[in-house]
Design a protein around this ligand. Sequence first.
Ligand code: 1HE
Length: 272
Amino acid sequence: MKPMDGILGLPLDRLTLADGGEGVLVATLSRPEKRNALDATAIEDLVRLFDAVPRHDVRAVLLRAEGEHFCAGLDLVEHHGADRAPHEFMQLCLRWHEAFNKLEYGGVPVIAALKGAVVGGGLELASSVHIRVADATTYFALPEGQRGLFTGGGATIRVAAMIGRPRLVDMMLTGRIYKGREALELGFCQYLTEGSSEDLAMDVARKVAANLPLTNFAICSAVSHVQNMSALDASYAEAAVAGIVNTQPLARERLAAFANKTAARTRPEGES
Ligand code: 1HE
């Protein structure tokens, strides 16, 4: 595995990278003047980044954004100017899928710190990460319907998986906006903090980075793959993955710690 230093030198225009310590790579959407709208260049940056991440010693990625908004989705101004033909936009969508599939299936946990607008393609990006952390400013919407557009970055798949098809269709038709506790309860995010989503997302990323890499690899690739299988094949695949992960030599130390009663027990804080 190549060291994280190698990844920090990737040539990127719309993303900046930093070493967050403890194996956490901090990737920042860095086009705040355009509310981090995703133009073709940004999508190629995401492809390049998530192609490289699994081949470097990155234990977790914290995906964050500069400015007040996580991401305003497809660059509508670029799209308007380009006046694309159907096949050109389809090709562009396939690059979005390339980026988001690499992210989701890459085997390295990606934790997103969400704030402000997480809309359109921004919600599609957020829906492909493994853990979403929101705060009081974060809101989720799919304004495509009002703009005369349709989702093209996986919302029909991943947002439907998060919140269910009827809610997705309502959001697409009406532009309905979700935020706060309701968004948490419906599954848009796994965490909602009264503080900053960035701080909590970093805590979560560091915690996750302390797991064994092969275990995280299985969680952040096998879980997604088995969703695409029949129950019969999924149970076989789960057994095969568990066969490999649960016999890894590095796990023996953790198992020994449980057996000799030095490992932490799994119980709610404060209970003995
Ligand atoms: C943009 C974009 C963008 C901002 N494309 N340039 N997405 C949307 O429909 C969301 C569109 N954006 C907004 O509704 C608002 O910008 C926000 C609520 C996110 C933020 O509002 P605000 O008042 O802070 O900023 P602003 O004044 O609207 O925008 C500031 C600049 O960012 C301005 O550029 P400027 O050069 O005039 O300063 C905006 O043009 C620019 N900007 N959002 C391009 N989205 C694969 S298919 C996916 C389909 C979709 O994602 S549809 C897009 C849905």
